[in-house]
Design a protein around this ligand. Structure first.
Ligand code: HEC
Length: 122
């Protein structure tokens, strides 16, 4: 292949990939970490996504005392189904983040779900 042909081939391939990625339902492939633990993966997610209202110094006032800022309290919410119910906006649960139409990132939800399903390692 001549360099020009190669360049054309490359640009056509890129175009093809771009078109393909827009086609149909976007199937997101999540990069779920292995051996998910609270300390390594989950704590930081909760901190970023939920501490605005659920941090230790504000939860009484901003989250109606719903406690999820440490491992034991989050684990309880995981066991009761409230954690997954709230972040997936399931019926019967109060949708989180509170009063936001949009859910948190679907791969972040998958990560939390996987952690819960695997027994919530600390
Ligand atoms: C803007 C403030 C705010 C943010 C951000 C927020 N929450 Fe909440 N959360 C609340 C409030 C307020 C309540 C209590 C609602 C009530 O009892 O009416 C609550 C309740 C909950 C409950 C109990 C739900 C139920 O069905 O009983 C869970 C679980 C929860 N939050 C988890 C989270 C998680 C996980 C995040 C981050 C992804 C989050 N929250 C982000 C304010 C917030």
């Amino acid at each position: 292949m001549s360099p020009t042909n190669l360049a054309q081939y490359a640009s056509v391939s890129v175009l093809f990939l771009l078109l393909n990625s827009c086609k149909g339902e976007p199937k997101e492939v999540c990069d779920i970490p292995e051996n998910i633990t609270y300390k390594e993966h989950i704590a930081s997610i909760i901190e970023v996504q939920c501490f605005k209202c659920h941090a230790a110094d504000v939860y009484k006032e901003k989250a109606s005392r719903v406690k999820i800022f440490d491992y034991p309290s989050l684990k309880k919410m995981g066991e009761s189904g409230q954690l997954i119910g709230s972040i997936t906006h399931a019926q019967g649960y109060i949708a989180m983040p509170y009063r936001k139409e949009t859910k948190i990132d679907s791969c972040v939800i998958e990560t939390i779900k996987t952690w819960v399903n695997l027994g919530m390692q600390e």
